[in-house]
Design a binder for this molecule. Structure first.
Ligand SMILES: *[C@@H]1O[C@H](CO)[C@@H](O)[C@H](O)[C@H]1NC(C)=O
Ligand SMILES: *[C@@H]1O[C@H](CO)[C@@H](O)[C@H](O)[C@H]1NC(C)=O
Ligand SMILES: *[C@@H]1O[C@H](CO)[C@@H](O)[C@H](O)[C@H]1NC(C)=O
Ligand SMILES: *[C@@H]1O[C@H](CO)[C@@H](O)[C@H](O)[C@H]1NC(C)=O
Ligand SMILES: *[C@@H]1O[C@H](CO)[C@@H](O)[C@H](O)[C@H]1NC(C)=O
Ligand SMILES: *[C@@H]1O[C@H](CO)[C@@H](O)[C@H](O)[C@H]1NC(C)=O
Ligand SMILES: *[C@@H]1O[C@H](CO)[C@@H](O)[C@H](O)[C@H]1NC(C)=O
Length: 643
């Protein structure tokens, strides 16, 4: 039953009583077609960091796991022998200083047939009717045929078989690249195999390193993004990308921080790096660094996103509280300046020249640089003003046009440097997002904010495995609050972005925006993804004043316009249906997109019961009548027909 909240006169009570069977209008909204503040064009974007195999094994297109044998305790994870061979890790035949280990495939004397090894990918390999590129380095005396296959792990069915001749010797590694067509596999339970002619190697061994497999990549980029995931991100119509973290950029210590210079150049020169999150078995994830600085910028370019680059500022996740300050910080400030020169410098500069030599002659586009990540945490707070100021001043003196973002608004000197922006992150229960609806209403307009991480992670004390409809409505209300204040809140992004089905444990994980596995159509969009998409694809340039006959809650709203189009975003945080009337002068038609479900309804691996539905709507007697079922997020896009 709808709430009746148009004042409390006896007359109205009688009216509501006598009209009990007719729909009761809970709220009348009149959208002003003039006035209001400019809206930030960057509201709604992505925060990305390579955690839980969201990059390595996720959006990055390379499909074979452990392909550089990296880590503090490297082993043969994901590899298995094919036929009668002995696989070991070899230190005598390194591919490069960055990749000191190779795979030794020893063939016993007298062996016959085809032998080799397999790689099981990141909990399987997506095998589709696509053209694949596979590459590897081989060392050892061999002249003859090599076969690469994509094979069903249980069925043994080969979906792709590529046979080619290889000439390899024992003095140097030879790089081999091959391209082949695959048939469609029914599921993601597939492996990659490489075999060769056993008698030609019997009693001896071959060495392999940097084994790679790529499907067609997003926009055809070398070492690019996996289209199945990149496409749904593109469909979200986001406007910025924050990278490379987050906690992932901070690292567990200064030496294991994200180092830009170890993520650029040819793949065999990239040493990889320890990921930050422990798995349940207290083993660190290792990342091969295939997704480096240039790959991130290529991503921003290909999806038309504004880059928000994080730089390391002395704070790591070390629990000891070792924060680098004072003179000891200087080399790291210089490192950030070098990185900026690599990104922005022309070929006459040291690092601009280095970028050019890596195949990127043009400087990248960069305006926003964030100093550190969540510096109010992990013992970072007391020294942040000093560290921020040191980075800020050094960067601004060389690049006055860059906008510098502080990673927190706490621990600042009384006098904030002019022109800075600040980052605020919000994770928590649903109520937190309702309470923060008006958080920014009275903020000082002089210092813009970004909210580059937020997510509703629990309901009634229960941790969420993925967003539920109630959680997504709570986030929508927070987003409505940000949009209403988007003269001060310039950017906002849900986090974390991606979740690999194989790469997390049930016991310890957060809800994520997009979930995926290796199956055909193995990308699952959560209710929160759809909220992001509905908000990002219906953006106005100006936030309009709205006259309402009731307070906010359980229905929240914001209105905007872009030339002759009007947008009204609505959220109903409650289980009761709400009837709304929306008046927008000069509009006579519209589209209403509704995302609705029970409080606990969720889209998850293998099942997406909650989908947005768009229907045409027309106003009757000057108002759009909108029914908001319980737990709903809706967007009305209205205009004058023919305009
Ligand atoms: C515009 O911003 C001011 C604060 O600077 C605020 O008081 C006002 O409500 C905003 N107007 C709209 C339509 O959001
Ligand atoms: C190899 O190392 C990984 C990660 O370090 C670990 O999870 C796995 O159990 C190890 N495998 C073997 C066969 O030792
Ligand atoms: C495989 O290699 C290991 C380590 O070099 C060795 O101990 C083992 O005997 C070998 N096994 C076979 C079947 O060659
Ligand atoms: C490999 O080379 C041999 C010898 O020249 C030739 O007979 C064979 O057809 C070649 N195989 C392929 C797949 O090209
Ligand atoms: C061995 O292989 C490397 C890499 O393919 C090649 O450059 C070199 O000339 C080869 N050496 C001999 C002796 O064939
Ligand atoms: C990258 O730069 C850091 C200094 O910030 C240096 O310690 C490290 O050795 C460099 N890595 C490589 C591979 O040159
Ligand atoms: C995955 O990332 C989250 C942060 O979002 C972290 O809390 C969690 O421990 C990670 N899980 C695993 C299995 O690494």
């Amino acid at each position: 039953m709808a709430l009746y909240r148009k004042g409390f006169s006896l007359c109205q009570m009688l009216l509501s009583f006598c009209c009990l069977l007719a729909p009761v209008v809970a709220l009348e909204l009149t959208v002003s077609t003039t006035g209001g503040n400019h809206s930030s064009p960057y509201l709604y974007g992505f925060m990305f960091e390579d955690i839980n195999h969201s990059g390595d094994g996720g959006i990055h297109s390379q499909l074979l796991q452990n392909n550089g044998f990296q880590g503090s305790n490297p082993n043969l994870t994901a590899y298995a022998a094919v036929g009668n061979v002995n696989l070991t890790l070899d230190t005598v035949n390194p591919l490069s200083t960055a990749l000191p280990l190779s795979l030794r495939v020893a063939v016993p004397a007298g062996a016959s047939g085809a032998v080799g090894f397999s790689n099981s990918g990141y909990w399987g390999i997506p095998v589709n009717a696509d053209s694949y590129v596979s590459a590897f380095y081989i060392k050892g005396d061999y002249v003859g045929e090599v076969t690469v296959r994509l094979v069903g792990a249980s069925s043994g069915t080969a979906y792709a078989t590529d046979v080619f001749n290889v000439t390899s010797n024992s003095t140097q590694f030879t790089c081999i690249e091959t391209k082949f067509q695959s048939a469609q596999a029914p599921d993601g339970n597939n492996i990659w195999t490489l075999t060769f002619d056993a008698p030609k190697v019997a009693g001896n061994a071959l060495y392999f390193s940097l084994i790679q497999l790529y499907p067609p990549t997003f926009q055809g980029r070398t070492n690019g993004l996996k289209p199945s995931i990149a496409n749904v991100l593109q469909d979200m119509k986001a406007s910025f990308l924050r990278f490379p973290g987050g906690n992932n950029m901070e690292g567990n210590s200064a030496s294991s921080r994200w180092k830009w210079n170890e993520t650029v150049g040819p793949l065999y020169t990239r040493p990889g790096r320890q990921g930050i999150y422990r798995t349940e078995t207290v083993v660190f994830l290792w990342l091969i660094r295939e997704q480096g600085l240039n790959e991130y910028f290529q991503w921003t370019k290909d999806m038309d996103l504004v880059a928000v680059l994080g730089v390391w500022d002395g704070l790591s996740l070390a629990q000891s509280g070792n924060v680098i300050t004072g003179d000891a910080l200087k080399p790291y400030i210089q490192d950030a300046l070098n990185e900026l020169e690599y990104i922005l410098g022309d070929a006459s500069t040291t690092y601009g020249k280095l970028r050019t030599s890596h195949g990127y002659p043009n400087p990248w586009s960069l305006t926003y640089v964030e100093i550190g990540n969540e510096d109010h945490w992990w013992y970072g707070g007391p020294s942040y003003a000093e560290r921020f100021t040191a980075f800020h001043d050094a960067i601004k003196s060389k690049y006055p046009n860059l906008v510098i973002i502080a990673s927190t608004d706490e621990y600042f000197p009384v006098q904030k440097p002019e022109g800075i922006w600040m980052d605020y992150h919000s994770y928590g229960p649903a109520e937190k997002f309702i309470n923060e609806f008006n958080k920014f209403d009275n903020f000082d307009r002089k210092f813009p904010y970004v909210v580059t991480e937020y997510a509703c992670v629990s309901i009634d004390g229960a941790h969420l495995r993925q967003p539920t409809m109630q959680a997504s409505v709570a986030e929508a209300i927070f987003m409505i609050g940000m949009e209403r204040n988007s003269d001060v809140v310039r950017m906002a992004a849900y986090a974390p972005l991606l979740q690999n089905y194989g790469g997390y444990t049930w016991k310890n994980h957060e809800p994520n925006l997009v979930l995926f596995n290796n199956d055909p159509n193995g990308v699952f969009l959560t209710t929160s993804y759809y909220v992001q998409q509905m908000f990002a694809t219906n953006r106005g340039h100006t936030i309009l004043p709205v006259q309402s006959d009731g307070p906010f809650g359980p229905v929240y709203y914001v209105a905007s316009k872009a030339s002759s189009k009007y947008y009204v975003k609505l959220a109903n945080y409650g289980s009761s249906t709400q009837q709304i009337q929306v008046k927008i002068e000069g509009t006579n038609s519209g589209l209403l997109t509704v995302l609705s479900g029970n409080a606990g309804a969720a889209n998850t691996f293998g099942s997406m019961p909650v989908l947005p539905r768009t229907t045409p709507v027309v106003p009757t007697s000057g108002a759009f009548d909108i029914v908001l079922p319980g737990w709903t997020v809706a967007v009305l896009a209205a205009h004058m027909k023919g305009q």
